[in-house]
Design a protein around this ligand. Structure first.
Ligand code: NI
Length: 314
């Protein structure tokens, strides 16, 4: 029986558990490979009006200017770089142990802290920053923001920002909505009003549900692709126990880790590595961007799957 199986039905059933502090699931979609547009329209239909003319020309990528994006599930065009994120802490017991694990490997991560936990343990946030990690907003006490009014959202965001700023001296620039519960209107508001990009994920080991380090490790290692945003919770001992093996396996595959804010800033800076085909084409004019599996040698639909792990992409 494959422990890797992510039961979609079970995930959907879990939606009714909203309110549990550590349950962390998405609104209505399972996990990998979902386009952002599908993920973000599950809560409330939004007015698609766009009063501000944001037709800024893209600098390098023909697809979409980064400035127009309010949310991310993963990031394209970053080579073999990924971000690992830890939610719901800090935990006074587990988070320092996790920081030791990261430090030993030179890995920088992003911590989506719950505001009330951050306020209780500012010294842990200070250590995070001192060791190069990103501290970011995961609401004050973990409600589904889509169920709150404007004042409720305001309170959740600003109280948490204030706790973070009190601890580390600056506001965060990214946030993760509890349960992944958001919609396009909320994403836009969080970005434009609070300067917070909304960060979801594309790799979810369901570690809050499966308290099994080996399973968590397997799910992450098998699910991670270039540009992935990995979701973990640093409030479960099994999740932290999974990290040494998980991180070592990903490092062995050639992945580099940066905090989320750096990952999205890198968007589009690294051209996807072309599949080494039988006929070498030295012409740099043809930029490989579309995921069209035209190359006969590529078995997968994604251009990232065919990127060799040994690729020396900078
Ligand atoms: Ni959470």
């Amino acid at each position: 029986m494959s422990a890797r199986t992510v039961p979609v039905a079970a995930l959907a059933a879990v939606l009714s558990l909203a309110g549990c502090q550590s349950v962390h699931t998405q609104s209505a979609t399972p996990t990998l490979e979902q386009p952002v547009s599908l993920r973000l329209t599950t809560e409330t239909p939004l007015p698609a009006a766009s009063p501000t003319a944001s037709g800024t020309p893209a600098a390098s990528l023909p697809a979409k200017p980064a400035s127009a994006k309010h949310s991310y599930n993963r990031v394209e065009g970053v080579g073999r770089t990924v971000a690992i994120t830890f939610d719901d802490g800090p935990s006074p017991k587990l988070t320092p142990a996790l920081l030791d694990i990261l430090k030993a490997r030179g890995i920088r991560a992003t911590f989506y802290v719950v505001g009330q936990n951050a306020a209780a343990h500012p010294e842990i946030l200070q250590r995070m920053v001192a060791e190069g990690h990103e501290v970011a907003n995961h609401s004050w006490n973990h409600p589904a923001l889509t169920k709150l009014g404007a004042a409720g959202v305001e309170s959740q965001i600003t109280r948490t920002n204030a706790a973070i700023k009190a601890a580390i001296g600056r506001n965060p620039t990214t946030m993760r909505p509890p349960y992944g519960a958001t919609n396009a209107a909320l994403n836009r508001r969080l970005d434009e009003q609070y300067g917070l990009k909304v960060i979801l994920w594309d790799v979810d080991p369901l570690d809050w549900k499966y308290r099994n380090a080996a399973r968590v490790q397997r799910a992450i290692v098998e699910g991670t692709r270039p540009g992935s945003i990995i979701l973990v919770h640093d409030i479960h001992p099994s999740s932290v126990a999974a990290m040494p093996g998980t991180l070592d396996a990903l490092l062995a595959k050639g992945y580099k880790f940066v905090p989320v804010a750096e990952l999205i800033a890198m968007e589009g800076t690294v051209a996807p590595v072309a599949v080494p085909s039988a006929t070498p084409t030295p012409e740099p004019s043809s930029v490989v961007t579309a995921p069209t599996p035209t190359a006969a040698a590529s078995p997968a639909a994604s251009p990232f799957r065919v990127e060799p792990y040994a690729s020396p992409t900078p």
